[in-house]
Design a protein around this ligand. Structure first.
Ligand code: DSN
Length: 402
């Protein structure tokens, strides 16, 4: 059976490599079990108490419970409502725009090379095609968000909705400032906290609540759940958003994924999750500090979060070459644009993060060791096979929990 053997091979690949992709993580056995549960067999189009299929009493209880877990984890007051059905972050964001904007109305988000996401209005995404997309940028010298410049751009373009949040921004985001900018021009304030949801849940990054009308997040990054997404919105906006998800964009919810999200949120409520999220940030800082010590340039000069962005323009290697060389040695990190880059397919940076390594219980000393392996590959040109041997030996000490 090919699939059975591919499952084994993929587990072995994950066991024997270091995953530094900041948007990936390693789920717990409880999350894996929920996602592989009989909920996978069930259709449940609609919402709890209002389904288009019979046999959903338990699905209703489960989905309502998971909505409530979101409320508890993010300490939401009654002014917010929750939708846990988006299959991923892209339909979640698109549903919000479809619900609250008319086609062609202006939407403002962070530019891709500044660390923004495709679904924040990039021209190749439906969000950039259906709506009139305007951009704000990080400062090209410092790599930092500059709130006065964002306020100026907002005043100029008058977007109906401003998205804060990023896919490759290593610093703290000031959601109150985004709120004040949006409210100053009568726009909706939306935060996409996909990358930092786990850090927010644990108090390791400031919360976008109560400074946002809408908050979206994927559940599989720092939150350590399965692939999926959640929308939280002011209650008066949620009816339109619910309709935009179902029947607007999606059919039946993936109940097995929602159950997995619930298992992850139950874990996020435990006191140990705060220590875990704190360690993700400590590990990212340790990795950043050691890479800087070894002579690398990091966008913004470091990190406050789970990720860092290496700017390789001063080295004689592209992001793609670095990504490929690292992969040969068993270090998985993805090429990424840095501020000022114009070619997303051939960018000048590599993005790294620590959620997966932290889920394997690695700590600061291991990050310093890994920075050394990265340096061995990128600058010292030590053969990939010998670095790979060291990588596998480290991985063996920190196995995945299944
Ligand atoms: N692809 C995700 C990331 O890597 O950040 C965002 O959707």
């Amino acid at each position: 059976m090919l699939i059975a053997s591919l499952l084994k091979k993929e587990l072995k690949r994950q066991q024997e490599t270091l995953d530094l992709i900041p948007s990936e993580n390693i789920v717990s056995p409880a999350v894996l079990k929920a996602v592989g549960s009989p909920f996978i067999n069930k259709y449940a189009e609609g919402y709890p108490g209002r389904r288009y299929y019979p046999g959903n009493a338990i699905a209703d209880e489960m989905e309502s419970y998971v909505q409530n877990l979101v409320r508890r984890v993010f300490k939401l007051d009654d002014s917010y409502a929750v939708n846990v059905q988006p299959h991923s972050g892209s339909p979640a964001n698109l549903a919000v725009y479809l619900a609250l904007l008319e086609p062609g109305e202006p939407l403002m988000g962070l530019e891709l090379a500044s660390g923004g996401h495709l679904t924040h209005g990039h021209k190749v995404s439906a969000t950039g095609k259906l709506f009139s997309s305007v951009k704000y940028f990080v400062n090209p010298e410092t790599g930092l968000l500059e709130y006065e410049a964002i306020a100026d751009a907002a005043a100029r373009h008058k977007p109906k909705l401003i998205v804060s949040g990023a896919t490759a921004y290593p610093r703290t985001i000031d959601f109150k400032k985004f709120h004040d900018i949006a409210k100053g021009i009568g726009a909706y304030a939306m935060a996409d906290i996909s990358h930092i949801a786990g850090l927010v849940a644990a108090g390791a990054h400031p919360s976008p609540f109560p400074f946002s009308d809408i908050v979206t997040f994927t559940t599989h990054k720092t939150l350590r759940g399965p692939r999926g997404a959640v929308i939280v919105a002011k209650s008066e906006l949620m009816e339109k958003i619910n309709k935009a998800i179902f029947p607007g964009l999606q059919g039946g919810p993936h109940l097995h994924s929602i159950a997995g999200i619930g298992a992850a949120l139950e874990e996020a409520l435990k006191p140990s999750f705060a220590a875990y999220a704190g360690q993700i940030v400590k590990n990212a800082r340790a990795l950043a500090d050691e890479l800087i010590r070894l002579g690398y340039v990091l966008v913004t000069g470091g990190t406050d979060t789970h990720l860092l962005l290496m700017d390789l323009r001063a080295k004689s290697i592209s992001g793609k070459q670095a990504q490929d060389a690292l992969e040969e040695a068993g270090i998985i990190a993805n090429r990424n644009t840095v501020p000022g880059d114009t070619k997303p397919f051939d960018p000048s940076g590599v993005r790294m993060g620590t959620p997966s390594l932290t889920s394997r219980h690695m700590r600061e000393s291991h990050m310093r060791l890994i920075a050394g392996y990265i340096h061995d590959v990128l600058v010292k040109r030590r053969p990939a096979s010998t670095v790979g041997r060291d990588v596998r030996a480290l991985c063996k000490k920190f196995p995945l929990p299944y």
